[in-house]
Ligand binder design. Structure first.
Ligand code: ADP
Ligand code: MG
Length: 604
C-alpha cells in the first residue's frame, strides 16, 4: 500500500494562501491597514520603496500586541476577531480570517514590531520566508510597525508578474485613497522612495473626499441620506470613463460588488451617457447577519441575503438625489413643466432623461471660436486655444480639414453628384446609374483616422498648445500611466505632466480634438492604457488610440451639413487611403445600383 497523500507543511500552506491574498504590494498594504484600523489606530503611515518591491512599511498607533499575541498573530488561522461559529454571522471588524500576517510573512522578509498600550517594552519578531529568525524586546512607541522587504523573493513566478514601480505605486495610492474615504477620522500618509505621495489629515467625509478625488471634482458632489445609505454622489457633470471612482462600502468595508454597482448605474441610466460612470462614495450600513463577507479571501466581494431589497434601496436613494438636485432645476421650463404630477416611475425617468440631455449635450458641441477666444465660462469644459481655425471646418464640425479646397482633378467621391442629406446623417449621391449612400459620421471618422495615422508615421501627430493649460484630477494609477507613457503620448499630440498629487497638467492636445472636450478623451486614453503594463503596450494599443482620437474628433448622430461641407467631406475622402470601413469596422458607404432599385420596384 503506497501513501500518496500528505498533509502539507505550514510554510507551504501559507505560501498557497498568500497566492490568494497577496497579489501585489497594494494588497499587502490593504491587509495591513485593515489590521491597523481594527486595532483602533487613528494615525496610519505607509512607506514604500521601489513601488513596494523593496520595502513596504505600515506604522500605526493602535492598541498593539503583547509578546504572546504577537507570536500567535503569525500563526495561520490565529485571530482576535472571531472565536466561535456564530461569530461569522456578526462580523464587525475588517479582518476575521487570521490569514494575512502568516501569508505575507511566508513570501517576504518580514518584521513585526509592536508594543501594547501600557506595556514597558515592545517585541520585535524577525521572519524570513515564513520562518522565525529572531524574537527580541525593543523600545518603541505603543502601536505596531510591520515591515515587508523583498516581497515574493522566494516566489519567482509572482515576482515576474510585478509591474513597474510607477504602476505598483499607483495601485498603492489608490488602495490607501479608497480605504481613507471609509475612515475620515483617521489620518493617513504615504511616502514612496522617501517622497510624499499623500497626506490626509483627520477630517470629515466631505473634506476627505475632496482630498481624494480633487477639489474641483468634489464641487459636483451631492449628499445622499437614505435609510442605512449615506455618502455623496456626483452630478451628471462629473463623469469618468471607468468605474474606478465608484467607491462603495458595506459596513465600512470597501467592496466591489456587481449588485451594488448595478444599482448605482441603474439610478444614473439616462442621466449620463452610456460608457460613462459617476463619482460615488456610498456607505451602506446593513445588519452583519444580512451580508456574507466570507466569499473571497480578499473580502472584496459580498453576498447579500436579500439582494433585491439592497439593490432597490441604493437605486432609490440615488435617484432621490438626482431628482432633487440643482442641475435639473436649471433646465428649460418646457422640460420641467411636463411633469408637474407625481414624479414617479416612467414619468420621473423621462423627466430626468429629458432634463439631463438638455444639460449634457450642450457643452460638448462648442461654437466656433477664433484666435484667443474669450475665456470660457465657468461651466465650460473646453480649453482655450491659440490658433485660428478654418471657419468652414469649425462650423461644419466634422474635424477633417481638406488640405486644399476643391481644385483640380477630383477622385471618385468628389465627382459624385450630391442628391442631398438624409436624416442629417447620410449623404445621398449619384454616380451614373448608381446611388451612393455615405454614412457621414463613419466617413469623417475614417478621414480623421487616416490623417492621424499619416501624421503619426511622418513625424508625429499635430498638436495644439492650450493657452491656459488645464489641470485634470485622476486616480493614482492613471497618474502613473500618464508618467509612464508621457513620451508616447507626446507622440500622439498630448503633452501631460504631473502637477502634484493626483493632478496632471495638460498643455497640448491633438489639434483635431482641441475643440472637442479633449480632457474626456485623455481620461479615456489613460483608462485604456491602464489595462496594459509593459511599455511595448503602447504600440499594441496605438491603432485603438488613434481610432479613439478619430472617433472623438467627429460629431456623432444627426448633423445637418451644407452643400459646401458635404463637398469638403467628399473631397477629403478622396485624399484618404480608403478601406471602406471606419476604424470601428463599420462600413462607410453603400452603393445601390439602378438594377437593384428596379428589382425593389419590380420593374424588371
Ligand atoms: P485577521 O485580521 O483576519 O484577524 P491577520 O493575520 O491579519 O488576521 O492578523 C492576525 C491578528 O494579529 C489579528 O487578529 C490581530 O489580533 C493581530 N494584529 C494584526 N495586525 C495588528 C496591528 N496592526 N495592531 C494590533 N494587532 C494586530
Ligand atoms: Mg487582518
Amino acid at each position: 500500500m503506497s501513501q500518496r497523500i500528505y498533509i502539507l507543511p505550514e510554510t507551504l500552506t501559507n505560501k498557497i494562501a498568500a497566492g490568494e491574498v497577496v497579489e501585489r504590494p497594494a494588497s499587502v498594504i490593504k491587509e495591513l491597514i485593515e489590521n491597523s484600523l481594527d486595532a483602533g489606530a487613528t494615525d496610519i503611515s505607509v512607506a514604500i520603496n521601489a513601488g513596494g518591491r523593496r520595502l513596504i512599511r505600515v506604522t500605526d498607533n493602535g492598541h498593539g500586541m503583547s509578546r504572546e499575541d504577537a507570536l500567535l498573530s503569525l500563526e495561520r488561522h490565529a485571530t482576535s476577531k472571531i472565536r466561535v461559529d456564530a461569530d461569522l454571522d456578526k462580523i464587525i471588524t475588517l479582518g476575521f480570517r487570521g490569514e494575512a500576517l502568516p501569508s505575507i510573512a511566508s513570501v517576504s522578509r518580514f518584521t513585526l514590531a509592536t508594543r501594547e498600550i501600557g506595556s514597558q517594552e515592545g517585541t520585535e519578531i524577525i521572519m524570513e520566508g515564513g520562518r522565525i529568525r529572531d524574537v527580541r524586546a525593543c523600545g518603541m512607541p505603543s502601536g505596531t510597525v510591520i515591515s515587508v522587504e523583498q516581497i515574493f523573493y522566494n516566489l519567482p513566478a509572482r515576482l515576474k508578474f510585478m509591474k513597474s514601480s510607477e504602476t505598483e505605486t499607483g495601485h498603492v495610492g489608490d488602495v490607501i485613497a479608497r480605504m481613507s474615504v471609509s475612515r475620515p477620522d483617521v489620518s493617513f500618509s504615504c511616502t514612496s522612495d522617501e517622497r510624499e505621495l499623500l497626506r490626509l489629515q483627520r477630517s470629515d467625509l466631505q473634506r476627505r473626499l475632496a482630498q481624494v478625488i480633487g477639489k474641483d471634482s468634489s464641487q459636483h458632489l451631492y449628499p445622499v441620506n437614505g435609510e442605512g445609505i449615506s455618502g455623496f454622489i456626483s452630478s451628471p457633470a462629473l463623469v469618468r470613463s471607468g468605474s474606478q471612482a465608484i467607491y462603495t462600502y458595506i459596513n465600512g468595508r470597501f467592496i466591489r460588488d456587481k449588485v451594488v454597482q448595478h444599482a448605482v448605474m441603474q439610478a444614473y441610466r439616462g442621466v449620463i451617457d452610456r460608457g460613462r460612470y459617476p463619482v460615488v462614495a456610498l456607505f451602506i450600513e446593513i445588519p452583519p447577519g444580512e451580508v456574507d463577507v466570507n466569499v473571497h479571501p480578499t473580502k472584496h466581494e459580498v453576498r447579500f441575503r436579500r439582494q433585491s431589497i439592497v439593490h432597490d434601496a441604493i437605486q432609490t436613494a440615488i435617484e432621490e438625489v438626482l431628482r432633487r438636485s440643482p442641475w435639473l432645476v436649471a433646465q428649460p421650463v418646457s422640460v420641467m413643466s411636463n411633469s408637474s404630477g407625481g414624479a414617479t416611475g416612467q414619468a420621473y425617468r423621462e423627466r430626468i432623461t429629458a432634463a439631463s440631455q438638455a444639460s449634457l449635450v450642450l457643452p460638448s458641441h462648442p461654437p466656433c471660436r477664433t484666435a484667443l477666444a474669450e475665456h470660457s465660462t465657468k461651466e465650460s469644459v473646453e480649453p482655450i486655444i491659440i490658433t485660428t481655425y478654418n471657419s468652414t471646418v469649425c462650423e461644419s464640425s466634422p474635424s477633417f480639414q481638406p488640405e486644399q479646397p476643391q481644385s483640380e482633378s477630383a477622385g471618385y467621391f468628389s465627382e459624385l453628384n450630391i442628391i442631398g442629406q438624409f436624416h442629417s446623417e447620410y449623404l445621398l449621391c449619384q454616380s451614373d446609374s448608381e446611388m451612393v449612400i455615405i454614412d457621414q459620421h463613419a466617413a469623417s471618422e475614417r478621414v480623421a483616422y487616416q490623417l492621424l495615422k499619416k501624421q503619426f508615421l511622418t513625424g508625429g501627430i499635430e498638436s495644439q498648445r492650450l493657452l491656459f493649460p488645464e489641470t485634470v484630477e485622476l486616480s493614482f494609477s492613471e497618474v502613473a500611466v500618464s508618467v509612464k507613457f508621457s513620451l508616447d503620448l507626446a507622440g500622439i499630440g498630448f503633452e501631460l505632466e504631473p502637477f502634484g498629487g493626483t493632478t496632471i497638467m495638460v498643455s497640448a492636445v491633438p489639434r483635431l480634438v482641441a475643440l472637442k472636450d479633449p480632457i474626456l478623451l485623455i481620461r479615456n486614453i489613460l483608462a485604456d492604457l491602464a489595462c496594459f503594463s509593459t511599455s511595448s503596450a503602447f504600440n499594441d494599443a496605438l491603432e485603438n488610440l488613434l481610432s479613439r482620437i478619430a472617433c472623438h474628433s467627429v460629431i456623432r448622430g444627426a448633423h445637418p451639413l451644407e452643400q459646401r461641407q458635404i463637398k469638403e467631406l467628399l473631397y477629403s475622402m478622396d485624399q484618404t487611403d480608403f478601406a471602406a470601413s471606419c476604424p470601428h469596422g463599420r462600413p462607410v458607404s453603400h452603393v445601390l445600383s439602378l438594377a437593384e432599385l428596379q428589382k425593389i420596384f419590380k420593374r424588371t
